[in-house]
Design a protein around this ligand. Structure first.
Ligand code: ATP
Ligand code: PRP
Ligand code: NIO
Ligand code: MG
Length: 556
């Protein structure tokens, strides 16, 4: 039994492979059946020595936006590194594929690795654009074909999620904290883990997903649920009311302090203690005893204004008497703009009247079905929220549930291949290509340029003709102030060839890369499309090949 089978059998979803920690579900059989049936047909037709080039790219940016964050590369490399059909995989295929498949084919599969494949890619965390391949693979046709589905599943959701998260970050601004709360709503356990990982990549500050915290070293954060509050109905239920004073170490009755403060606070906040919930007070006191240095309370269970804020402030002042500073509140229903302002006003009053200036700095967390538009609307209204907890719409990518990365054959045995389509957008860019990003003097990315790999790279200060790939009249001369070659060799001769960045570094890369984009490409409403061009040489090559391959119709 190999490593993979052992880890699956023990139920462990992730396994250690030396320095690599790979999701155990990512394995060669995590693919579409047609990859394997094609492999057999290629093998039967003696194509084992054919050399192919495939491009992995998307045609449209998600979320009506004009950029995409490329993510998932590290997982692709781990997949190549471990690519191998186990004995039981081969057994399963023997039973599953149609009868008559020759035994030698299974032997061939059993010996396959990705060692003869070369993978070029844009750096993970970089902004990417339609039609510019984010990954390019060269190698034996059969193996490179077999990689298609797994690579796509590793890149599509990762990039979609990172892009979604980056968009939330952009609308929230850099000073507001963003927490991912989506595990319960994600597309299953693996979707949940990927969502936590790639929302962190895209710019979130942490997750409530504990396993993601452990596996990816992401900060884990959280408050408590309404159940905690509703599990208490009176202060009589409190089994313990005592808390050690932080400095003196003397045990004091926290509830007594809280009840005293609540009385005074009812005048300051203009609410009646009669109307507020005693169960909520009891729950908050008990939570504060459990976490005196990390007291953060949910205030919307009964009524934010008439109960939650009063009880929270009373317990926070009681903690203050014992030398502790509370952290803040979470609001999970109602008008989040209004309630956050109300809460901030209440805290300011308390800070002033009780001489506790740190009350002004209490954190206000908001959650409840938040999406990009909600944040934009809250910004317009004016709010006092310091942190958003976002689940459902973030992890399910509500506005667009899939990125359409595709994987297309562009060259075989040195011969370019083109896939024609009635829909011009879907015609593939044939041949082995290189990609460059040309920058203006002010540091902004101007245009991405695809060239034939035989062409010399564009040079700084030299005029380069950039052409729209399909519209003849659309072209421009660009004089770049800086030229970035987008591809690096990430995998060659069975080895990862670059120092892989940490998740933290990829996360930083996202923000650095986004800064190179002009604001009009990033705005939410009707952003300006970023230009993707081909060289004059590639333009002519594409159109010649197109003509050669397009059948001439006959009218009669
Ligand atoms: N000020 C606001 N501007 C725009 N959207 C808001 C504002 N406040 C809250 N929202 C959003 O409006 C929706 C309100 O949700 P919903 O209609 O379920 O009410 P609720 O407050 O959750 O009620 P419930 O008491 O049933 O929990 C949520 O998606 C929330 O993010
Ligand atoms: O709203 P989301 O963006 O998905 O964020 C996560 C939600 O999950 C929790 O409650 P849950 O939704 O389970 O119950 P509730 O809506 O009844 O509070 C939490 O209180 C948030 O509301
Ligand atoms: O910690 C929280 O507040 C939390 C976690 C998951 C979902 N909703 C809220
Ligand atoms: Mg909810």
């Amino acid at each position: 039994m190999n490593d993979r089978e052992m880890s699956c059998n023990t139920g462990g979803q992730f396994m250690d492979r030396g320095r690599m920690n790979q999701n155990g579900v990512v394995q060669p059989l995590l693919t579409d059946l047609y990859q394997i049936t094609m492999a057999y047909a290629y093998w039967k037709s003696d194509k084992t020595d054919d050399q192919a080039v495939f491009d992995l790219f998307f045609r449209n940016n998600p979320f009506h936006g004009e950029f995409t964050i490329f993510a998932g590369l590290e997982e692709c490399l781990k997949f190549l590194d471990s690519f191998h059909y186990s004995q039981s995989d081969i057994e399963y295929l023997r039973q599953t594929l149609p009868e008559g498949i020759e035994n030698e084919f299974f032997e061939y599969l059993g010996n396959l690795t990705a060692h003869d494949v070369t993978l070029y890619a844009i750096d993970e965390g970089t902004v990417a654009f339609p039609r510019v391949p984010i990954i390019k693979l060269e190698g034996p046709l059969i193996i490179v074909q077999l990689l298609e589905t797994t690579l796509l599943t590793l890149v599509n959701y990762a990039s979609l999620m990172a892009t979604n998260a980056a968009r939330y970050r952009m609308v929230a601004g850099k000073h507001v904290k963003l927490l991912e709360f989506g595990l319960r709503r994600a597309q299953g356990p693996d979707g949940g883990l990927s969502a936590s990982k790639y929302s962190y990549t895209g710019g979130f500050d942490g997750t409530s997903n504990v396993l993601a915290g452990k596996l990816f070293n992401i900060p884990v954060k959280g408050t408590h649920a309404h159940a905690y509050i509703t599990s208490f109905s009176s202060v009589g239920e409190l089994k313990t009311r005592l808390l050690k004073h932080k400095q003196t170490g003397i045990m004091e009755d926290l509830l007594e302090h809280a009840i005293r403060h609540r009385q005074m606070l009812s005048h300051v906040l203009d609410v009646s203690t009669e109307e507020s919930s005693e169960g909520e007070l009891a729950a908050m006191v008990s939570y504060a005893i459990a976490f005196p240095d990390g007291f953060m309370a949910l205030v919307d269970t009964y009524d934010v204004k008439r109960s939650g804020l009063l009880n929270f402030s009373a317990v926070a002042l009681a903690l203050n008497d014992l030398g502790y500073h509370a952290l803040g509140i979470r609001i999970d229903s109602g008008d989040l703009a209004y309630l956050s302002c109300l809460a901030r006003e209440a805290f300011e009053k308390v800070a002033d009247r009780f001489k506790v200036p740190w009350f002004n700095k209490l954190t206000i967390v908001a959650s409840n079905d938040i999406n990009e538009d909600t944040i934009l609307s809250l910004n317009e209204q004016g709010h006092k929220i310091d942190c958003f907890g976002i689940g459902t719409h973030l992890v399910t990518c509500q506005r667009q549930p899939a990125l359409g990365c595709v994987y297309k054959l562009v060259e075989i045995n040195g011969q370019a291949r083109i896939k024609l389509s009635q829909d011009v957008e879907k015609v593939t860019m044939p041949g082995n290509k290189n990609a460059y990003r040309l920058y203006s003097a002010d540091g902004h990315a101007l245009i991405d340029l695809l060239q034939k790999d035989s062409e010399l790279p564009p040079a700084v200060g030299q005029k380069v003709l950039c052409r729209h790939p399909f519209q003849e009249s659309k072209r421009a001369y660009v004089i770049p102030s800086h030229v970035e070659s987008l591809y690096k060799v990430y995998w060659k001769a069975g080895k990862i060839c670059q120092q892989l960045p940490t998740l933290e570094q990829v996360r930083e890369k996202v923000q650095i890369s986004l800064k190179t984009l002009r604001n009009d490409h990033k705005r939410t409403l009707n952003p300006t499309p970023y230009k993707v061009a081909v060289s004059d040489n590639l333009y002519n090559f594409i159109h010649d090949l197109w003509l050669q391959n397009a059948p001439i119709g006959e009218l009669s």
